[in-house]
Design a protein around this ligand. Structure first.
Ligand SMILES: C[S@@+](CC[C@H](N)C(=O)[O-])C[C@H]1O[C@@H](n2cnc3c(N)ncnc32)[C@H](O)[C@@H]1O
Length: 249
């Protein structure tokens, strides 16, 4: 994407979000940050403090022959969906032991589909595949990130107990949930506007049948939306994530 196009998308985004005065303040802060050499943005997902003992970005990629590392600002993503303005930057979840995250929740893996909404380059899909899910599905609205994740799925040499893995290039608000029990993972993929729509969609699905839906929300910036969702109750709360369960009691 050209520098000019990137700049105009950034200005469009900040004007909508912050108004004229807010944009001027934001521009000043961003320039000051750059001068100080900081690269992180307020709306980028952060990997801070996630599983410090685990392998880091580069190690994960080297160890398993994939490309999941790095960070990409949303203004640099090739997204045509109007919702791009509400999306977070691409930042992969630091390597996490999903057996620990999902341990003790009574999930029947063979019957359950694991979905990552905003799956990026597929790091979480690869880590999740160590468990024997019925299917692992990624949903990502950037076509180039979705392509990278499909290649990663082919190349991955790490532990794999699930063979049925796929990635759909789609907006999370348009994605039709599959039948059967689900675990829906999200790593701070979008703002509250989109999160509310996604919560309503998933809550409707939970109310419409007796199937179990678990929502795993990492870096839960907009957790109050899920805290208030009547179709769910909080099942587990850790520093880095919260898990909500449609099965009451
Ligand atoms: C913080 S990254 C997380 C990537 C991946 N889930 C992981 O944890 O490694 C958020 C991702 O969500 C994607 N995203 C943001 N809004 C989206 C939307 N409305 N529909 C689909 N993907 C979206 C971004 O392109 C980005 O790849």
């Amino acid at each position: 994407m050209s520098r000019l196009r990137r700049l105009s998308r950034t200005v469009e985004r900040t004007l909508r979000k912050r108004g004229v005065v807010g944009t001027v303040v934001y521009a000043g802060t961003s320039i000051a940050d750059r001068v100080r050499g900081r690269t992180s943005r307020p709306d980028a997902g952060s990997t801070e403090a996630i599983d410090k003992d685990a392998v880091d970005d580069e190690e994960f990629d080297k160890k398993y022959g994939v490309d999941t590392g790095g960070q990409i600002a949303q203004t640099d993503l090739d997204v045509s969906e109007k919702t791009w303005i509400h999306g977070s930057a691409y930042v992969p979840t630091s390597p996490v032991d999903f057996t620990k995250v999902l341990d003790g929740l009574g999930i029947e893996f063979e019957q359950t589909t694991f979905i990552d909404l905003g799956s990026g380059k597929g790091r979480v899909l690869l880590m999740a595949a160590a468990l024997p899910w019925k299917r692992v599905v990624g949903v990502e609205f950037s076509p180039s990130l979705a392509d990278v994740s499909r290649k990663n799925i082919e190349r991955y040499t790490g532990p794999r107990k699930c063979a049925a893995m796929s990635v759909e290039t789609n907006d999370a608000t348009k994605y039709e949930l599959p039948e059967g029990p689900l675990v829906v993972f999200m790593y701070h993929p979008f703002d509250d506007t989109i999160m509310k729509r996604v919560e309503e969609h998933i809550s409707r699905a939970a109310r419409a049948s007796s199937r179990r839906i678990l929502v795993v929300y990492f870096k839960p910036v907009f957790r109050e939306i899920w805290d208030r969702a009547n179709a769910f109750e909080k099942r587990r709360e850790e520093t880095l994530y919260v898990i909500y369960d449609s099965r009451k009691g």
